[in-house]
Design a protein around this ligand. Sequence first.
Ligand SMILES: [Zn+2]
Length: 236
Amino acid sequence: MRQPVVLYSNIWATLLMLGFFLVSGWSGSNPLLGAPNRQTGLEHLQGKIVVLDPGHGGGDPGTVGVGPTTEAENVLAIAWELKSLLERYGAQVIMTRQTDASASAGTQFDGERNGQLAARVAIANRSRGQIYISLHNDWHDNPQIRGTSVHYYKSQDLALAEVLQEHLVGHTKAVDLGVRRSNFYVLRNTSIPAALVEIGFLSNSDEARLLAKPSYRLEVALGLLAGINAYFAGGF
Ligand SMILES: [Zn+2]
């Protein structure tokens, strides 16, 4: 015959446990009340302002590789995923384009040489954005080449580029092509810390196929989210 299990042998132990549960329940975060940050470690995004720049768009599809989707389509989809994640953790997001349109459409820069790049820079520099991240896919004549790199130009860009590369490669398990200094227009002309992310090669059939998949785009966005959080956690 089995003994009945006695959980609490007396009323004082019961009251002590009840008190413990009440206190721990009170101080713990409740995801139903919209406070998931402490559980996920993404608490450094609250109140931050991020400029997201999906490259190309409108009449410019960017790289048209060997997969089913263009660079302009891929990076816009990743930007929307990242925007909603950032907002979920309390950040504000400014997009340089929200649809398949040129960033310069309807602006003073329309029709100028480098006009769509100037429009992106102007959006960043006139905003209260704290960081600027431009999203692209890469191309190489050798279809075997694959991987992800993050580019910076100004000295104030380097820390951002490094954390984005670390977390992006950590999430996607892409080949790590490192952080590189590149004299790109949008990096040279932005007045805030800026990075240009080359997410995979559309000349590589595996990466081109992955970049067309919503699940992979979400992984990319999660990696960038973690990188942005780590950047602000570093006190920049
Ligand atoms: Zn591009």
